[in-house]
Design a binder for this molecule. Sequence first.
Ligand code: SME
Length: 159
Amino acid sequence: MKSAANHNHGDRAAVLSRVRRMVDRGGPRDEILLSVCRLLSDEIEHYDWVGFYLVDASGRRLHLGPYVGAPTRHTEIPFGQGVCGLAAEKKQALMVPDVSRVANYLSCSPKVRSEFVVPVFAGGKMAAELDIDSHTLGAFGEGDKEFLEAVAGTVAELF
Ligand code: SME
């Protein structure tokens, strides 16, 4: 069950341990990634859409992978486009407190107010991105950055 208490550090550590166990248990990669999406969406109040975009063979496009939340028409995103494509181009995390201020924003739902994208690096290359949308303006902070980079670092072992 979601609760505001999940903003605190201890609960984040518990969620991260559960991600660790999901990865260690093994199985098909997409099933594990979907379980991670469900876990984050269920446990963290302000995570309203949680999904992975996978870098395709060209190394210049993102393909929508497992996700939880409203269906999106952005199933393929070229590097450089939108928040996800920009993060891919720069190969760095991108925190957007107010999506209405992003010029080439690719809207998934009018309800989304802020977004945070974290790259997943494997073998020195960016293999995927973890994308989180929130219906709350300015929903993300330093705690999310640290937490989501740890989640990305853990699922990176699957690539
Ligand atoms: N908003 C993203 C597109 C992905 S959807 O949010 C799921 C972007 O601008 O890249």
